[in-house]
Design a protein around this ligand. Structure first.
Ligand SMILES: Cc1cc2nc3c(=O)[nH]c(=O)nc-3n(C[C@H](O)[C@H](O)[C@H](O)COP(=O)(O)OP(=O)(O)OC[C@H]3O[C@@H](n4cnc5c(N)ncnc54)[C@H](O)[C@@H]3O)c2cc1C
Length: 481
């Protein structure tokens, strides 16, 4: 089968046709587990051990991992030992930092957890950060802000730097500076052969291209080095509007957003907000429209002017948009901090004409009693639409807007939420771009759907790199190709 045919396949085969994921943990002799324990500094938990479930806990609790064995890596040497041991025992390898982006249960795997790998160094003169695999964005943003610098963090700084960046990474400075992956200068990665490699554009150009955008397909990244961007000041925040004004707001957004300069990144979301005591009364249990606005620049009067057409497009319930520090950017999206069970799926739109907005409103508008927490449109374009200075595999540059739908992944709605979410995306299919963003693929049917997210010219190239560095399919979890 050719890669281009994969689009039409209901069930997609893996690059490794025989890589059928185990659902039962293979029995591993206790002596072998002890042998692994003697080789690593971090804890090792085998199936049946107290502590295994806690070690592999996810933030998105919709997915619960049941690996055969988990290694709490403390350093790159632990990752080397764990991967070598796994391949010697015919186990496939999964990796988790924060559990914000599990795709499916990594059942029967050797799972490497990286949260103990917290090394962070910022070189303010070179504007370079080096982070180990377990670092979350919050630490980078706080440390970089001291020097007037910022990383290209996404909507929540609770997300891991490595997982986010390997999937592209689109955040509130994206239209000005591009994807986070575009700024990576070096990757330290342990490949299936158990070798720790430090790769950059000069040393291994093909693997360096693939790993920036190719997610966890090529090995376990132990550290990333990337450029920070100078941001002297920001003007940003979010405004919650009354849900009834959704038609006016979304249509205004459609006309307004594409006129904005690259200094502005913005999005709008229809939110069905749960009735929770910790939320402020005007929002509790309400359907609202949330406008997010981030202006990276010093001219705050100009930012205010740019925002003004949206401020009068609906009834404001609550909100703040104004001067903010780069380490306060979580206030733009106000993503939840506590773990939650979420089902999500996204796609890119190549355009957003009036009819597309009407279609979105008909499928997910506030008039409907549906269990979708969020239907979000993010403006793309600007630097997100241009290739990186050192080209990478990040897909999605042809998108004009990103559409993401999200709902609660609770047992009683297990079939309903995905059906409704997919229905919204299907309704918008006439405007679908050819590519998708890996970080927003969400629930995927298999490797073919992951490959189909990339432009045609990248697919064969990614598969070729995969076959070279992971010929037996050691890394077949997550967004595997
Ligand atoms: C609340 C929230 C907000 C988000 N906002 C944005 C956003 O604004 N923009 C955006 O682009 N994305 C966003 N995302 C998506 C997020 O970037 C992905 O889910 C990402 O994979 C999370 O990485 P993690 O390490 O935190 O999660 P994990 O679940 O720990 O890891 C997810 C996957 O990342 C890969 N990975 C992690 N660590 C390594 C490693 N050391 N080596 C190799 N592969 C690794 C693996 O494939 C793993 O399965 C958001 C997600 C959430 C839940």
């Amino acid at each position: 089968m050719s890669l281009t045919e994969l689009h039409d396949e209901p069930e997609f085969p893996s690059v490794f046709e025989d890589a059928v994921l185990d659902t039962l943990a293979p029995a591993i002799p206790a002596a072998d587990v002890d042998d692994l324990r003697s080789q690593v500094h971090g804890p090792v938990y085998a199936a049946g051990d107290d502590g295994l479930a806690t070690e592999v806990d996810t933030w998105n609790v919709a997915v619960q991992h049941t690996p055969a064995i988990a290694v709490g890596a403390t350093c790159a040497a632990d990752v080397v030992a764990a991967i070598s041991w796994a391949t010697a025992h015919d186990l496939r390898v999964a990796v988790q930092a924060t559990g914000h982006g599990p795709v499916s249960n990594a059942a029967g795997s050797l799972m490497i957890t990286t949260r103990r790998m917290q090394g962070l160094h910022i070189d303010p003169d070179r504007r370079i950060a080096r982070v180990e695999a377990g670092v979350k964005w919050v630490r980078v943003m706080e440390a970089a802000a001291e020097f007037g610098l910022a990383g290209l963090c996404g909507s929540s700084s609770d997300v891991g730097v490595v997982g986010y960046t390997l999937g592209g990474g689109m955040g509130s400075l994206g239209r000005k500076h591009g994807f986070a992956a575009d700024h990576v200068t070096a990757v330290e990665i342990v490949t299936a052969d158990g070798r720790l490699r430090r790769i950059c554009a000069e040393s291994e150009p093909e693997l360096f291209w693939a790993v920036r955008g190719g997610k966890g397909n090529f090995g376990v990244v132990t550290a990333l080095e990337f450029e920070l961007v100078p941001v002297s000041s920001m003007f940003g925040g979010g405004i919650f509007f009354a849900g009834d004004d959704a038609p006016a707001l979304l249509h205004r957004f459609r006309e307004w957003a594409p006129t904005l300069p690259e200094e502005v990144s913005t999005s709008i979301a229809i939110l069905r907000i749960p009735d929770m005591e910790e939320l402020p009364p005007p929002l509790r249990g309400q359907t609202a429209v949330h406008l997010r606005f981030a202006y990276a620049g010093d001219d705050h009067a100009e930012a205010e002017r740019l925002l003004s057409p949206m401020k009068v497009a609906g009834t404001i319930l609550l909100g703040y948009v104004g001067p903010m520090r780069t380490d306060e950017m979580d206030a733009i999206h106000m993503d939840p901090k506590d773990p939650m069970p979420a089902w999500e799926k996204g796609m890119l739109l190549r355009e957003l004409p009036e009819e597309a907005v009407d279609t979105l409103l008909a499928a997910a508008g506030p008039q409907l009693d549906i269990p979708l927490i969020m239907a979000e449109l993010r403006l793309m374009g600007g630097a997100l639409g241009r290739p990186a200075s050192v080209p990478d595999a990040v897909p999605g540059r042809s998108g004009a807007f990103s559409l993401l739908v999200l709902g609660p992944a609770v047992p009683e709605l297990a079939k309903v939420v995905p059906a409704i979410g997919r229905g919204v995306l299907k309704a918008l299919e006439p405007w679908k771009a050819d590519e998708s963003m890996i970080n927003f693929l969400g629930d995927v049917s298999g490797p073919g759907e992951v490959l189909a997210a990339y432009p045609a010219e990248s697919r064969e190239r990614l598969v070729a790199v995969k076959r070279t560095v992971d010929p037996t399919g050691v890394f077949t979890f997550g967004h595997a190709i």
